[in-house]
Design a protein around this ligand. Structure first.
Ligand code: TRP
Length: 336
């Protein structure tokens, strides 16, 4: 298969502004991939609503915020089709069709959903839509005919479940109608929070957004978790679990310098302040142009909406084609 036959799909729930965790885990990679492959990015507002049903403004407000984040980091709408989930009826229709070939027991077994249900403490107040979101995500992936899905490892169960649906659906139709897919894992799939927490996450309040000001970046780096036993500069320090070094690994362009800093730190004689200065300089350099571009884009909501409309129009064609193939395969008449 050559590069052009690969189709990539990723998505984000518009629940807040994108942050550095998104940047290293996914955005940075997408900017590269758009030059090599046909790429779609879905702003998954319907999926965002599955656990924000009573707070729709939170989701609707962040659609264009996320669009501005994409443009600011260098997603080029000429190369990548950015589209809106709620504008694509084929995704909802495919979800409805797939729901009939997935059992409740199978959805309940999905480890990602299981964890999220436990974390959010839904109990019996679990929205039906939330329970079913892996099915809707399978509809997203298959509707675009995507065979590569760049995601973090927490999304692997989604890929597995999608392929089960593909297999089952293809067994019901005379000819295979859906394409199997594979996860494309990024090198740094999870950035710890600035507090050293396992994951950078808005709900944990340990993020740096892509629009963070110079002062916010300074403050975040100053407060960053290091080695609590590294009391004097001359003491040997620990790299493992030291967020400053995790971030230097993720962001610093000079790998040799980071390697020598690590050796120096472990040996003793390199202070936390100096490491933090190095990290702050590199984050300020990375984020300043992103922040400036974003500030310009977010002023022009009409332009953002128009780009999203154009992308969604292209995505509509692709996803309708898949819906029709599935309907035809199942023997359902296509009336228009
Ligand atoms: N579940 C993904 C997330 O929470 C978002 C998403 C929706 C997605 N549809 C998708 C990811 C399709 C990849 C492919 O981040």
């Amino acid at each position: 298969m050559n590069n052009t036959s690969h189709i990539l799909l990723t998505g984000d729930r518009p629940t807040g502004q994108l942050h550095l965790g998104h940047y290293v885990g996914s955005l940075r990679q997408r900017v590269q991939l758009q030059h090599q492959y046909q790429q779609f990015i879905l702003i998954a507002d319907l999926q965002g609503l599955t656990d924000n049903g009573s707070n729709p403004q939170k989701i609707s407000h962040h659609i264009l915020e996320v669009m501005a984040d994409y443009l600011a980091v260098g997603i080029d709408p000429q190369l990548t089709t950015v589209c809106l989930q709620s504008a694509l009826p084929a995704l909802a229709e495919l979800t409805a069709l797939y729901m009939n070939i997935v059992t409740v027991a199978r959805v309940e077994r999905n480890p990602t959903v299981k964890n999220e249900i436990a974390q959010k403490g839904f109990s019996r107040a679990l929205p039906v839509g939330f329970m079913a979101y892996p099915i809707s995500q399978a509809a997203d992936i298959t509707a675009f005919n995507a065979d590569l899905v760049p995601v973090g490892d927490d999304q692997l169960p989604m890929i597995e479940q999608t392929n089960e649906i593909v297999h089952k659906m293809n067994s019901l139709t005379a000819e295979p109608v859906l394409r199997h897919c594979k996860a494309l894992l990024s090198e740094v799939s999870r950035l710890p929070g600035i507090d050293g927490g396992a994951k950078m996450s808005k709900s944990l309040g340990n993020t740096l957004t892509l629009s963070a000001s110079e002062a916010e970046i300074h403050h975040a780096v100053s407060a960053m978790f290091t080695d609590p036993n590294h009391l004097r500069v001359a003491d040997p320090g620990q790299i493992e679990g030291n967020v400053v070094f995790t971030y230097l690994d993720a962001f610093h362009p000079d790998k040799a310098l980071v390697a020598s800093m690590k050796a120096h730190y472990q040996r003793g004689g390199l202070g936390d302040r100096q490491c933090k200065n190095e990290l702050e300089a590199c984050l300020q350099t990375l984020l300043a142009p992103i922040r400036e571009r974003r500030a310009t884009f977010i002023q022009d909501k009409a332009m953002l909406l128009e780009l999203l409309r154009q992308g969604s129009e292209r995505a509509h064609e692709v996803t309708q084609r898949t819906l029709h193939a599935v309907k035809r395969g199942l023997g359902l008449p296509i009336l228009f």
